[in-house]
Each structure stands twice: as structure tokens, then as C-alpha cells.
Design a protein around this ligand. Structure first.
Ligand code: FES
Ligand SMILES: [Fe+2]
Length: 309
């Protein structure tokens, strides 16, 4: 079992292993909002890729364990794919490899580190190796991988920033501590901070309360506290549909998500969540860690006391 990997060792080891091999190396580094823990989770979470990244049209998971993942990634819309092998070497260090047609190997070492309470570092070192005759392709590939890394980090920013802000507000996740297996569980992993006191929304003041100010969702309203708020859709005078405004899966904001009828589709992993349908006939429901009640005057929301985390 590897304890750690020296990123500079790979290039030399490959050349020694197979004489006549050319190796070109490249590097990308950046800072990211939030803790190393969330950066690692984001790296191991493979399910967000088709939704957040324009590069990945689709991927097929072959096998996954706590410290590895093996998948096929489609290259655009071509009938062509890469077999990508990911390994967690130790906390904050990852190894990834794929081959292009068995002729060119790309080996990557990814390292994440602590900068301060609100920032982490990410360093990606890759080595492209092939027969020397294919060396002219390395330059093109090197540029492509560098640009790809810039784009991936930009696209992931929204996820990292949101997780950082949620942790600051007291949120936790059942996928902690992250590994390849827990990071890919499509279950309700968000642990909301305790509400403390009952949240009350006076039904007669419903329309005046915060309308979600976006074009897509005009009939939706937001209410609650800064750390835990809810989105409410008024169906009729005595019927309402309610969702936590933070996704029950892994914490995306649902405020700009696509709502239709009684469900919402989350932008991070494409999961759909049915709202809590409160009506005079069905006036007390527990879901997503909360208990929702409707009486003649108020909608009331409490922590679901039957859940212990
Ligand atoms: S955060 Fe994953 S589906 Fe919402
Ligand atoms: Fe990503």
C-alpha cells in the first residue's frame, strides 16, 4: 500500500522503465475556497461532472471503493472514451491515470493542502509519456490539459464556495469524512444546523413575505433564518409545497433550480426532490430533517426531533 507519492519520481521512473519513452510534464496550481475536506469531496464526487462540467458528456462507473474509482469518460459525442483510474494515495494526495489508444499515457498527481481557515491549495502535476516518435503530440496535449484544468476549477468554484459558506453556518454532511464511496452516495447527506425555535410564517402575510426574486420561479417564496431557510410554493389557499432551500443531497442552493409542479431538480447532481405537500387534510409531515405543520393561521417548521445525528 502506498503511503505517499513523489510527484517528481514518476517522470524519471517511466523513462527508466521503458527506454525510448519520451515524457513531458505540466503543472497547474490554484487556490480554492473552503477546507481541504471539501476540496477532496469535490474531487472524488464523480456524479457532478456531467452537470457542472461542460467537458464531460457522460461517464460510466465500472467500480468504486473507498480509495479508488475506475470509470469510462466519453470524449465529446464521439464513439470514443477514456478509461480513467483514480486512486487516493493518502489524505490530500491523489493519483489519476488514463491512456489514449494505448499509445499515450497520462499520469497525474493531485495534491491539496491547507492555507488558512477559508482557503485551500490545489496542485496538479501531470506527465505525458509515449514512444519518442509521438513526442510532437505532447505539446498539444500539454496545452489542452492545462486549459482543461483552468476550466474545471472555474466550473467547480460554485460548489466549493457554497460548501464553505454552509460549513460556516453550521452545516455538516453524512459523507464526512469523504472517500470515493461516501462522496458518490446519492442519498440525503446534508445535516442542517438546528433551527432552535419554531419557524412561523403567518399565512395572511404570505404574499408580502419574500418572493424569490428570479424570472424562472415567480410563484415561489423564501422564508426562515439566514442559515436555514425554506422555499414555499402556494398551491391554493390551504395547500402549500415546501422544500429546504439547501439541497438535501450535498448542499446546493435550490433557489435558482428548476421547479416544476411538486418537485425541484438540483443543478449539482440532477437529483429531483419532491416538496412537502401541506394541506388542511394533511397538516403535519416530517421530511428532510424537519417537521412541517399547517394550522389556520400559520405554517410552522421545527427540527424533526426523531432524527439524531
Ligand atoms: S447537491 Fe447533489 S443533487 Fe443537490
Ligand atoms: Fe468538478
Amino acid at each position: 500500500m502506498m503511503r505517499s507519492l513523489d510527484k517528481d519520481y514518476l517522470s524519471k521512473a517511466i523513462k527508466d522503465f521503458c527506454k525510448g519513452t519520451s515524457v513531458s510534464s505540466g503543472k497547474f496550481s490554484c487556490e480554492a475556497p473552503g477546507s481541504v475536506k471539501d476540496l477532496e469531496w469535490n474531487h472524488m464526487d464523480q456524479s457532478h461532472r456531467p452537470y457542472i462540467h461542460s467537458t464531460y458528456n457522460d461517464e460510466l462507473r465500472i467500480s468504486i471503493g473507498e480509495n479508488f474509482a475506475n470509470s469510462l469518460t466519453k470524449w465529446g459525442n464521439w464513439p470514443f472514451f477514456l478509461n480513467v483510474m483514480d486512486v487516493r494515495v493518502k489524505d490530500g494526495q491523489y493519483y489519476q491515470t488514463f491512456t489514449i489508444g494505448g499509445l499515450i499515457y497520462v499520469h497525474t498527481v493531485i495534491e491539496m493542502g491547507y492555507i488558512n481557515e477559508s482557503k485551500s491549495s490545489l496542485e496538479i502535476n501531470w506527465h505525458i509519456s509515449s514512444h519518442w516518435i509521438l513526442k510532437p503530440i505532447h505539446k498539444f496535449l500539454n496545452r489542452k490539459i492545462y486549459k482543461l484544468n483552468i476550466r474545471l476549477q472555474e466550473e467547480d468554484y460554485v460548489i466549493r464556495d457554497q460548501r464553505y459558506k454552509l460549513r460556516e453556518k453550521g452545516y455538516n454532511f453524512r459523507s464526512d469524512p469523504p472517500n470515493y464511496y461516501s462522496s458518490n452516495m446519492l442519498t440525503h447527506n446534508t445535516i442542517y444546523p438546528p433551527l432552535g425555535n419554531t419557524l412561523k410564517l403567518k399565512i395572511s402575510e404570505f404574499v408580502e413575505s419574500n418572493s424569490l426574486d428570479n424570472e424562472k420561479n415567480k410563484n415561489l417564496y423564501k422564508f426562515g433564518k439566514d442559515d436555514t431557510s425554506f422555499i414555499i410554493k402556494k398551491i391554493s389557499e390551504d395547500e402549500f409545497c415546501i422544500w429546504p432551500s439547501v439541497c438535501p443531497h450535498e448542499g446546493a442552493s435550490l433557489e435558482d433550480a428548476n421547479f416544476c409542479k411538486n418537485s425541484v431538480k438540483c443543478p449539482w447532481h440532477g437529483l429531483s426532490f419532491t416538496g412537502v405537500s401541506l394541506s388542511s387534510k394533511n397538516n403535519c409531515i416530517s421530511k428532510y430533517g424537519f417537521t412541517y405543520k399547517l394550522d389556520e393561521e400559520y405554517i410552522k417548521i421545527d427540527d424533526d426531533r426523531s432524527i439524531k445525528d
